[in-house]
Design a protein around this ligand. Structure first.
Ligand code: CTP
Length: 418
């Protein structure tokens, strides 16, 4: 069972499933949406029921599945003839995944000859469609023209993946994986959030500094907290730039990824992106020291290094201090949030960093705890603000820390605007 996702939790989602071989993947989407807290009502077209049964969706959502305009209402308490209106009215989102060329054509032209197309006409909530079709159907001008009409009407179209179809042909038209669909759904549900139309820059991961072509100096940061912050900012409706020294983590859908390796590269990227940013959240574990010289060839243990090797380290730039100077100059970013990784005197050290780096908020992290900090999915954070406010978040998931920090960022921004 997955942890609930706040932006999805208790939202009413209608999932329309149409007749594509990818209909089986929609069962996984319905299951994930339910697990993360949504109330999912599935509407299937006749063609969808050729590929998968309503029972599959009923089993994963725990709710009745709607297949016909004329069927008796199995549980929603809606008289049959207004089921489509009732379903559409209360919904926060209508997702049609997979959406066939035929259903897209119907939506584009306002046809209403089955429960799904009637519901789509009656619904006033945002609509997301995920086209999935074989052969050249997706790229056909008729389908593209219908999608243009839908986009112009505000419908969010999730681009299909390229790959091999059931027919053996290769092309564009495969339904994306559940996580990608879920990411797009989060984006739409969050677009009116507390950071709507705000630009947020998040840094993540531990920077790496080369010793020679094969060895690096780095630290234990996994980047998980930074990625969770980026996701929380996306869920709050922000445009997010994720400057990341981490590798191997799934990039939150909608974030612009700027991969970096060293502290210096991260500093360049941060200074270039904060110029018009509302919020900077520095969650990265930036290396404080790097080898003073980088050996061009692999350092050998033979010869001079027989007895051991001493590496001279020099200081790297302090990115937040550079941001402080830039901010004093042009006023951006409006809000700056740092992290403090401490192994002792947590609050005193964090307070000193808050003041020295000119921050609005610092998230102090006791790295001596084994259930918090590096690599694990939980953190134990205390938030200190520039007015002396102290908030203990206790032991909680990195996702929840992300949400708490993003809430504070939004209220700090609001306070500046008022
Ligand atoms: N940071 C930075 N540039 C650096 C080092 C750190 O911008 N060269 C940022 C981190 O991203 C974090 C905050 O400064 O938001 C505090 O980082 P931390 O490693 O806890 O502290 P340091 O600045 O390295 O100070 P100290 O050596 O005293 O721990």
């Amino acid at each position: 069972m997955q942890e609930a996702i706040t932006v999805v939790q208790d939202r009413r989602i209608i999932l329309g499933v149409t007749g594509s071989i990818a209909a089986y993947k929609a069962a996984d989407l319905a299951s994930k949406l339910t697990q993360v807290g949504a109330q999912v009502d599935v509407i299937m077209t006749d063609a969808a029921q050729r590929f998968i049964t309503p029972l599959a969706f009923q089993a994963v959502t725990g709710r009745p599945v709607y297949t016909s305009m004329w069927q008796p209402d199995a549980g929603g308490g809606l008289p049959t003839h207004i089921a489509h209106v009732g379903l559409g009215e209360g919904a926060d989102l209508l997702v049609i995944a997979p959406a066939t060329a035929n259903t897209l054509a119907k939506l584009a032209h306002g046809l209403a000859d089955d429960l799904l197309s009637v519901t789509a006409l009656a619904a006033r909530c945002p609509v997301v469609v995920a086209p999935a079709m074989d052969g050249g159907m997706y790229t056909h001008p008729a389908t593209q023209a219908n999608l243009d009409v839908l986009r112009a009407r505000g419908v969010v179209v999730i681009e299909p993946d390229e790959g091999r179809f059931a027919s053996g042909l290769v092309g564009k038209g495969r339904l994306p994986e559940t996580q990608a669909l879920l990411g797009q759904i989060r984006r739409v549900l969050g677009r009116e959030g507390s950071l709507a139309s705000c630009r947020v820059v998040v840094t993540a991961g531990g920077t790496r500094e080369s010793i020679d072509p094969v060895r690096q100096v780095t630290n234990r940061s996994s980047g998980k907290q930074g990625y969770a912050l980026a996701q929380a900012a996306l869920d709050a409706g922000a445009d997010v730039t994720l400057i990341s020294a981490a590798s191997g983590l799934p990039v939150p859908v909608g974030a612009e990824l700027i991969p970096v390796t060293t502290a210096e590269e991260m500093q360049h990227a941060v200074l270039a992106h904060v110029e018009r940013a509302d919020v900077l959240i520095m969650a990265a574990a930036v290396a404080d020291f790097r080898p003073a010289t980088v050996a061009a060839q692999k350092i050998k243990k033979s010869g001079d290094n027989e007895a051991g090797l001493t590496i001279a380290l020099e200081r790297t730039p302090d990115i937040l201090e550079a941001v402080k100077v830039a901010r004093a100059d042009h006023g951006w970013p409006r809000v700056v949030i740092g992290f403090a990784a401490e192994s002792r005197d947590l609050l005193e050290n964090a307070q000193a960093k808050l003041a020295r780096k000119g921050l609005d908020l610092i998230a102090a992290n006791d790295i001596s705890a084994t259930d918090a900090g590096f690599e694990v999915d939980t953190n134990r954070i205390v938030l200190l603000d520039a007015d002396g406010g102290v908030t203990e978040l206790g032991l909680t998931s990195k996702a929840a820390v992300g949400e708490a920090v993003v809430r504070r960022a939004a209220s700090l921004l609001r306070a500046q605007r008022d």
